[in-house]
Design a protein around this ligand. Structure first.
Ligand SMILES: Nc1ncnc2c1ncn2[C@@H]1O[C@H](COP(=O)(O)OP(=O)(O)O)[C@@H](O)[C@H]1O
Ligand SMILES: [Mg+2]
Length: 283
């Protein structure tokens, strides 16, 4: 049973009819993938590649034209497959007049929670997503990043084993997006399986164990990040206080061993780290 993947998709095809124009949109053409339990899997691809359609089929919200999808071994067509899943849609809609705490409580009630248990769960979730302070404020005053975190809390309300997140950091500023990525890493540490989509490649790199790159309805690459992005046959060194003489000697030594020094450069902060340092924000 432990080997049962969290998600298994086989040969999915989805054709959307466009009735008035008498033509069809082929959103998926033969998509297959497995997501092992406990993994963070990033489904990448440009807009229109078929990412959201794939998620909706896994969730049983859209019926495939052909092919199969299973969650922990149960076909997506069966209601039982959804008991272990939390979903953050691409553009979640919340009732603006409710507070953050009331919003989570609302979804908790939909999942059958109530009374003291629900109160405790709301408190716990606000803490997990870092919104304890803002919990009594109305959603209408929340930033996009805070809304996404309420969306995550909503997806977690019934403590599902699998989380499906459609573009969780889209439209969120760098600090907010950092918080969401940290949260994803915390959830992974607690043993959750997470399937997320993104068109922002660098954001996926630090949270995902493996990625699938989609284009025009199928996977064009798939594998672990190291495997996909590692450059074979090269080694990087980081040296402090290397004077030009030492650098020249390293180059000579490399050549003597039949190797070649390809580049020498000063490491730089990436723009995101610089941005976060310069704008350190507390909510
Ligand atoms: N309900 C629908 N009716 C018709 N076409 C759709 C529908 N949903 C998605 N599509 C089309 O399917 C393709 C894949 O869409 P989508 O899965 O939303 O891509 P992504 O999430 O990767 O941006 C697009 O060409 C889109 O226009
Ligand atoms: Mg989408």
């Amino acid at each position: 049973m432990n080997d049962t993947p969290a998600v298994r998709i086989r040969d999915l095809e989805k054709v959307f009819p466009v009735p008035l124009r008498r033509r069809q949109v082929v959103a998926l053409r033969g998509l297959s993938l497995d997501i092992p339990a406990g993994h963070v899997y990033g489904l990448l691809g440009p807009n229109g590649a078929g990412k959201s359609t794939t998620l909706k089929i896994i969730l049983g919200l859209v019926t495939p034209t052909s092919g199969t999808s299973e969650i922990f071994g149960i076909p997506s067509s069966q209601v039982a497959s959804r008991t272990e899943v939390g979903f953050l849609p691409e553009n979640p809609y919340f009732y603006k007049f409710l507070t953050g705490a009331e919003t989570i409580a609302f979804y908790g009630k939909l999942c059958g929670l109530g009374g003291r248990k629900l109160q405790d769960r709301v408190k716990e979730l606000l803490e997990i997503v870092g919104l304890t302070e803002a919990g009594d404020r109305r959603i209408s005053g929340y930033s996009k990043g805070m809304l996404q975190r309420i969306g995550l809390a909503q997806a977690l309300v019934h403590d599902p084993r699998l989380l499906i997140l459609d573009e969780p950091t889209a439209g969120v500023d760098p600090a907010g997006s950092r918080q969401i990525r940290d949260l994803i890493l915390q959830l992974k540490a607690r043993g959750k399986t997470i399937l997320l989509t993104s068109h922002l490649l660098e954001q996926v790199q630090e949270v995902c164990d493996s990625v699938g790159i989609m284009a025009k309805g199928h996977l064009v690459r798939e594998g672990s990040l190291d495997l996909l992005t590692g450059i074979t046959g090269q080694t990087e060194y980081l040296i402090e206080n290397a004077r030009p003489e030492l650098q020249a000697e390293i180059a000579k030594l490399a050549a003597a061993h039949g190797a070649k020094l390809l580049s020498t450069k000063q490491p730089q902060l990436d723009l995101e780290t610089l941005f976060l340092k310069a704008t350190e924000r507390t909510e």
